[in-house]
Write a protein that binds this ligand. Structure first.
Ligand SMILES: Nc1ncnc2c1ncn2[C@@H]1O[C@H](COP(=O)(O)OP(=O)(O)OP(=O)(O)O)[C@@H](O)[C@H]1O
Ligand SMILES: [Mg+2]
Length: 675
């Protein structure tokens, strides 16, 4: 947009809000105009007004949240905001949005919409209570806790329940799936939290969703977005660097043993209740169940958790005859069940639904027996269940066809506006690392600068004498260093790990180290909900106790802890993609075929993006100070390490632990004085 063009209403209002004497500044004494943030806000406002797509890269901590929320709020349009994780949804919905809405005095309706698995299913809670199928005593007592909470909750969002681990074995018993949901037939339909959340989303001005939900819905049209999206003209994707990864998981198709087992179970239950004696439900169900179990056994050799590539017509490591036999067995069982259902399908809607599920399974079986589509990758995920998956290598086609070229909402004369933003979208001016796989080559691209004085505010330490990450002593050394740092700081330390194993061993080590220490509380991801962990860590010192948080995955991104509660970020190792992963392998092969280097063009940029995200948790305010510790000597000893180093903000460097700890000691005295 040229400088002479008069500012329209929205752009002017947005600029006004970000001025030193504007609304934001009046609402928060810590607010300082940040040139990059204002520039981004203005670009977002222009995109909202004119339609089209905008891609903005603005470093960690720049203040992207306000930069898109302010134009969104002031536009008066219905806006959909999607972020990478449920935890970040909570951060937006519970903290940032209400704060802004009240600063502007706008009576906007806000809604939070998550996937079905995030909400309590009152019907299944009833069942769990009656059927006594829970695996152990701990789960039973957790159920009692859920029941107490269920009496008082208004949303049914399980993230509100204190102390509930997201991997708890109770969850499948108290949440529903698309397959087992009774829909409008359910007695709890009217007080169903999923339905309530969807209803509120449809009535809201601003709806916060996540990328999984967005793509799951594009793929299967079930989460309530199918009604939502057509009525929304403005869509913002935060943490957009995750879009491609998330999108591909949903855009292909899959067939899993859980799907088969659930169908067998539901067919049996429904058959016996509604059509006893009309077919051999027991026999039909157990044939399918057996076929599913054999299917699982076929992959027993792969261990308890693996991703297997597909070679030629079948998954690697299997023999063709065994594979065929197994698929045939599932197919036969499905056909027989379908025939059984056919006899009774007219008698109840439940049977129609079951029959649809059988047909879906048959279609997928057929798909997995034919060759994979061009440009798609196929693999097998072996875990508690076995899943066959096929997905495109990127989301470019889908974004172009289903988003950019999709029709605009009927009652709105303007074209749709799409905003994509993240701190890390590539390392060239066109941000090709992001725009190519996302089909956004024609979008307007903007990169803005950071307001922080990194050489003054932050210090980087790479311990040179630490063993390499592949060494079995590595986690213990990381834990040791993190302990020494947290001792000096009295907590205030975020340890980010790349693997679950490291998370657990470092977490245990720190918890032991501080078990007797009244000044430091150690939080470990998985022990309590993410929302609780985030809130506790952000509070910083409570009753003289500072906090250490050991976490992986979602805490690398978006997690915002301004001020003294966080002064050290410790990263265990360089976050390269796992080389044995079939999707990673397929992408590497495609690059090799194109004459490009998988390492330079894929592994390194991926690692750079993640590393920048993790490092970005440290400095969130002009007054923040802190240290980044990367416990991977390769960062300073290898050539590619130097390239990764140059992707990080220009921090000062220290070369020894002694100097580091001394600096940290000074930091604590300074911040104690300031507060
Ligand atoms: N102009 C400002 N002055 C002072 N503080 C601000 C300003 N804008 C935003 N903040 C605060 O800065 C912190 C970082 O903002 P935000 O979380 O939006 O960063 P971000 O750009 O989304 O970073 P990330 O990429 O890591 O998610 C927040 O605590 C926010 O409240
Ligand atoms: Mg953010």
């Amino acid at each position: 947009m040229s400088a002479e063009m008069p500012l329209s209403g929205l752009s002017a209002a947005v600029l006004e809000a970000f001025r030193a004497d504007g609304v934001l500044s009046r609402a928060d004494p810590g607010f300082r105009p940040r040139a990059g943030q204002t520039q981004m806000a203005q670009a977002v406002a222009e995109t909202v007004e004119q339609g089209g797509s905008l891609v903005v890269e603005a470093g960690t901590g720049v203040g992207k949240t306000f930069a898109y929320l302010v134009p969104a709020l002031l536009s008066g349009e219905r806006v959909l905001i999607s972020t990478a994780t449920k935890a970040l949804q909570d951060q937006l919905f519970a903290r940032d949005l209400p704060r802004l809405a009240s600063a502007f005095g706008l009576p906007v309706k806000l809604a939070l919409l998550k996937g079905r698995a995030s909400y309590l299913c009152p019907y299944r809670l009833d069942l769990a209570r009656r059927e006594a199928l829970l695996p152990d005593r701990a789960t039973v007592s957790l159920l009692a806790k859920v029941e107490r909470w269920a009496q008082g909750t208004r949303t049914g969002d399980l993230a509100e329940l204190p102390g509930l681990d997201e991997r708890s074995p109770l969850l499948p018993f108290i949440t529903s799936t698309r397959e087992n949901c009774l829909g409008s037939e359910c007695d709890h339909y009217r007080d169903c939290p999923v339905m309530q959340a969807r209803k509120q989303a449809l009535a809201a001005d601003i709806v916060v969703i996540n990328h999984h939900l967005f793509f799951a819905d594009l793929a299967v049209r079930e989460t309530g977005m199918a009604e939502l999206l057509p009525s929304v003209r403005v869509v913002v994707f935060d943490e957009a660097h995750q879009l491609n990864e998330t999108g591909v998981q949903f855009l292909g198709h899959q067939l899993g043993t859980t799907q088969l087992l659930e169908l067998a179970r539901d067919a049996l239950a429904t058959g016996l209740t509604l059509a006893q004696g009309l077919a051999d439900w027991q026999g039909l169900s157990s044939a399918l169940e057996l076929a599913a179990r054999d299917f699982r056994l076929l992959f027993a050799r792969a261990g308890r958790s693996a991703r297997l590539a597909w070679s030629g017509e079948l998954p690697e490591g299997l023999d063709a005859a065994g594979w065929q036999e197994c698929l045939d067995r599932v197919r036969t069982a499905a056909e027989q069940l379908e025939a059984g259902l056919d006899l009774v399908v007219e008698t109840a809607p439940d049977f129609v639904r079951l029959q649809e599920r059988v047909l879906e399974i048959q279609q997928r079986l057929k798909a997995f027996q034919a060759p994979a589509a061009v440009g798609h990758v196929r693999w097998v995920e072996v875990g508690a269940q076995v899943r066959l998956l096929e997905a495109p290598l990127d989301i470019a086609e889908t974004v172009r066809a289903r988003l950019l070229d999709a029709q605009t909402p009927e009652d709105n004369p303007l074209p749709r506006s799409w905003v994509f933003t993240s701190a890390t979208l590539g390392d060239d001016e066109q941000l090709r690392w992001f725009t190519e796989p996302c089909g956004l080559e024609s979008a307007r691209v903007l990169q803005v600068s950071s307001p922080f004085d990194y050489p003054r505010q932050a210090v980087l330490f790479v311990p040179r004498d630490m063993v390499v990450p592949s060494d079995s002593q590595h986690s213990a050394q990381v834990g040791g260093l993190a302990t020494r740092i947290a001792r000096v700081l009295g907590g205030r330390t975020l340890v980010l790990t790349t693997t679950l194993r490291a998370l657990q061993s470092i977490g245990e080590q720190l918890q032991q180290a501080f078990a007797e220490d009244a000044q430091v509380e150690v939080l470990v991801q998985g022990q309590g909900s993410k929302r609780e962990l985030m809130e506790r860590f952000r509070q910083g010192e409570v009753g003289g106790r500072g906090c250490v948080l050991v976490a992986s995955a979602t805490f690398w991104e978006g997690f915002d802890v301004p001020g003294d509660a966080l002064q050290a970020v410790v990263i265990d190792k360089l976050p390269f993609p796992p080389p044995n992963d079939p999707v990673v392998q397929a992408r590497s092969e495609r690059l090799t075929q194109q004459g490009r280097s998988p390492f330079k063009d894929y592994f390194l940029p991926e690692a750079a993006v993640s590393l920048k995200q993790g490092a970005g948790r440290l400095i969130r305010r002009e007054t923040d100070r802190g240290v980044l510790v990367v416990c991977d000597p390769r960062l300073s000893t290898t050539g590619y390490g130097r390239r990764l180093m140059s992707a990080l903000p220009p921090m000062a460097k220290v070369s020894s632990e002694a100097v580091l700890l001394e600096g940290l000691a000074r930091l604590t005295t300074a911040s104690t004085k300031a507060s």
